[in-house]
Design a protein around this ligand. Structure first.
Ligand code: ZN
Ligand code: ZN
Length: 343
C-alpha cells in the first residue's frame, strides 16, 4: 500500500517535506482486528507536535488519527462489523480493556493506552488495522471527508464538556475559541439549551463569531465575566488564561484544561496565582487526557443529530506535506483532510 511515513523528527522550518511516500506491505488484521480501506484522514495540529518532537512518536510511523474508511477484511474473532461498513478511527488506538479505567469507561486513562498515528500506524495511508472495539460507525449524514475532522477536535471537545459536569441552566465559560471550542459551543446550544455560554478570546473576530454561534457574552482573555461561572473550559496553549479563568469561577466551580501540553514561555503568570481569589472556596482544576472510546461514539451520535457539518479543504495523500505546512503557517480554510482511496 501507499503510505506517507515519518522516519525522523525534524524542524518543519528547515525540512518542509518531513513525510516520505513509500510502499509498505498491506497490514494483516490480527484475530480481533479489522482492516479498513481508508478514504479520508484529517490533518491535525498534533501531527506537527509529533513531527517536531514535542509529542515524540515511535518511528518510523504513519501519522493520522482522524481516519474514515470501510471494513474490508476481518480477523477470526471479530463480530461487530460486516464487510463494507463505514467506520472511523480516532486518537484512541487501543487500551487493555480489563483495568479499572477501561471498565469504568475511561479507557483514555489506561496504562496501556496507545494512540493512533503515534504508537501505531495511522491513517496517512491506503489501509490500516485496528481492534474492532476502537472503530466507530460513521453516521449517514456525513460524507467521508466531512466525518474525518469530527474524530479529533469534536470528540475531545465532547470529553471536556462532559468533564465540566455542567447541567442545563448552569453557566459555562470557554477561554480560547478555536476548532474544539466552536464545536463545544454548538454542542451546548443543542444539549443544554438553557446554559449561558461566555467566551474569552483575544481577537475581536473570534468574539464576534462566538456571539454569532450563540454565546451570550464575549470578552478578552483577562476580562471579568458579567457573572461568576459554574465551569470554564480552557483550550489555550498558555498559562495566563488559566489564572484569569479561575477568578471568574463560582465557589465550587471547575476549570477544565483541554490542552495536550502547555507552553513554558508564560509560566511566570502562575506566580500571580492568588489563593483567596483564585482557588479558595473549593474551586477545582481538571485536565483532559486523550479521548475515551465512548466519547467518540457518543459525540458522533450527537454531532449527527445537531447536525455539526465541518467545512473541509481536501488534499491528495501525496500532498500531506503541503497540508501540514499550511497548518503550521496557519493558512486555514476549513479542516484539512487527505482524500485517499476513492469511493
Ligand atoms: Zn488531533
Ligand atoms: Zn485498561
Amino acid at each position: 500500500m501507499k503510505a506517507m511515513v515519518l522516519n525522523k523528527v525534524c524542524d518543519l522550518k528547515e525540512n518542509k517535506k518531513p513525510l516520505e511516500m513509500v510502499n509498505l506491505p498491506d497490514p494483516v488484521p490480527g484475530e480481533k482486528e479489522i482492516r479498513v480501506k481508508i478514504s479520508a484522514c484529517g490533518v491535525c495540529h498534533t501531527e506537527l507536535d509529533e513531527i517536531e518532537g514535542r509529542t515524540p512518536p515511535q518511528l518510523p510511523v504513519v501519522l493520522g488519527h482522524q481516519v474514515v474508511g470501510r471494513v474490508e477484511k476481518a480477523g477470526k474473532k471479530t463480530k461487530k462489523y460486516k464487510m463494507g461498513d463505514r467506520v472511523g478511527i480516532a486518537w484512541i488506538y487501543s487500551a487493555c480493556g480489563q483495568c479499572k479505567y477501561c471498565l469504568q469507561g475511561d479507557d483514555n486513562l489506561c496504562k496501556e493506552f496507545r494512540a493512533t498515528g503515534q504508537d501505531a500506524n495511522g491513517g496517512y495511508a491506503e489501509y490500516m488495522t485496528v481492534k474492532e472495539d476502537f472503530a466507530f460507525l460513521i453516521p449517514d449524514v456525513y460524507s467521508d471527508v466531512q466525518a474525518a475532522p469530527l474524530l479529533c477536535a469534536g470528540a475531545i471537545g465532547y470529553r471536556s464538556l462532559r468533564l465540566t459536569g455542567v447541567k442545563d441552566e448552569q453557566s459555562l465559560g470557554l477561554t480560547g475559541f478555536g476548532a474544539s471550542a466552536h464545536l463545544v459551543l454548538k454542542m451546548v446550544r443543542n444539549k443544554y439549551p438553557h446554559t449561558k455560554v461566555f467566551v474569552f478570546a483575544r481577537s475581536e473576530k473570534e468574539r464576534i463569531f462566538a456571539k454569532e454561534l450563540g454565546a451570550i457574552w464575549a470578552g478578552d482573555t483577562c476580562d471579568e465575566s458579567p457573572e461568576k461561572l459554574d465551569s470554564i473550559i480552557d483550550t489555550t496553549p498558555a498559562w495566563k488564561p488559566v489564572v484569569e479563568a479561575l477568578k471568574n469561577l463560582k465557589s465550587g466551580g471547575r476549570l477544565v484544561i483541554n490542552a495536550i501540553r502547555k507552553e513554558e514561555k508564560d509560566k511566570d503568570c502562575l506566580l500571580k496565582l492568588d489563593y483567596p481569589g483564585h482557588l479558595w472556596m473549593e474551586k477545582e482544576i481538571k485536565s483532559v487526557a486523550n479521548v475515551a472510546s465512548r466519547d467518540v461514539s457518543e459525540f458522533l451520535e450527537l454531532a449527527a443529530k445537531i447536525p455539526i457539518i465541518p467545512e473541509v479543504q481536501e488534499f491528495a495523500l501525496e500532498e500531506a506535506n503541503t497540508a501540514l505546512l499550511e497548518l503550521k503557517e496557519r493558512k486555514i480554510r476549513g479542516a484539512k483532510v487527505l482524500r485517499i482511496n476513492a469511493y
